[in-house]
Design a protein around this ligand. Structure first.
Ligand code: XIL
Length: 297
């Protein structure tokens, strides 16, 4: 079987990969993509710097390449990411206050409208919480526009694409810790006040181990009434195969864990250069981690 087909048999879940538009002409890459995966995320092509290189002027060329590849083959699309402190175009980096606020919300509206009806889940806001023990927001130009910028973004995304599931996505949130608890409190508050949020993404960039409370952490978010998704999985280290299996088993054990995305296809495609954190080697061969995942599914 394949990753996508096996995940689909497990309660209609998806198994996805982050992909790059400029690799869609690489036949080894596309063969694996089309055989194994039933969801895609644009690794960079739907980010703010790619989609709005100058203010009010939008470029969807590479994002559309990825979307069209997926739609033509019945794959789901995770939209990534509408607002983030990183990979902002230079013009946005130089704005602040109400000017940045309206430019950011316009960006959400425009991009979500362009892809309306095509996106399974949008990462509306990416990485807005700080690392460490404080449990609060990360300082960023967006955060300095007002603490309610996140809910404003979610409301704008819902208005633009009512069918898309709207996710908050972050890293170092894989166990129960101050950062994940800060996000948990935000999601609880959004649910209590009717701010539209449907899912939380756990990037899960892991190094040789997974927190013992990984499943419990997914479950506590699910208990708030949102779906949870593993959105950018990659795992370095000698325990790679067994850690991959643990992550898969944790997702399957949580009814509202609806899918898993790995952050690239072959080790040579990974942003973690030299760490070989993915399921296929640089030649496109299945690794032990691949077999471990497939057996866990
Ligand atoms: C990474 C891409 O993989 C790289 O190609 C790019 O240079 C930087 O961004 N968290 C995220 C992703 O949400 O968007 C990041 O992707 C990896 C960390």
């Amino acid at each position: 079987s394949t990753l996508g087909a096996s995940a689909a048999e497990r309660g209609g879940r998806y198994f996805g990969a982050a992909i790059a538009a400029n690799k869609l002409s690489d036949s080894t890459y596309v063969t694996i993509l089309n055989r194994e995966f039933n969801s895609v995320t644009a690794e960079n092509e739907m980010k703010w710097d790619a989609t709005e290189p100058s203010r009010g002027s939008f470029n969807y060329t590479n994002g559309d390449r990825i979307a069209n590849h997926a739609i033509g083959r019945g794959m789901k699309i995770r939209g990534h990411a509408l607002l983030w402190h990183s990979q902002q175009p230079g013009w946005a980096q130089s704005l602040s206050g109400s000017t940045l606020r309206s430019a950011a919300l316009n960006h959400v509206t425009q991009v979500a409208t362009h892809y309306r009806g095509k996106i399974h889940s949008w990462d509306v806001v990416n990485e807005a919480f700080a690392d460490g023990s404080g449990g609060g927001r990360r300082d960023s130009n967006l955060q300095r526009t007002g603490n309610d910028w996140i809910e404003a973004a979610f409301r704008a995304a819902r208005a633009a694409d009512p069918a898309a599931k709207l996710c908050y996505n972050d890293y170092n949130t894989d166990g129960i810790n101050a950062k994940s608890t800060g996000i948990y409190n935000m999601v609880a508050d959004f649910k209590a006040r009717g701010v539209p949020i449907d899912c939380v993404g756990f990037q899960s960039h892991l190094s040789n181990s997974v927190p013992g409370d990984y499943q419990a952490n997914l479950q506590r978010f699910a208990n708030l009434g949102v779906d949870v998704q593993i959105t950018e999985l990659d795992i370095s280290g000698s325990n790679q195969a067994s850690v991959y299996a643990s992550v898969v088993r944790s997702c399957l054990a949580v009814a509202r864990c609806t899918g898993i995305t790995v952050w690239g296809i072959r080790d040579s495609d990974s942003w973690r250069t030299g760490q070989n954190p993915l399921l296929f080697d640089s030649g496109g061969n299945k690794k032990a981690a691949y077999t471990s995942v497939l057996n866990a599914l």
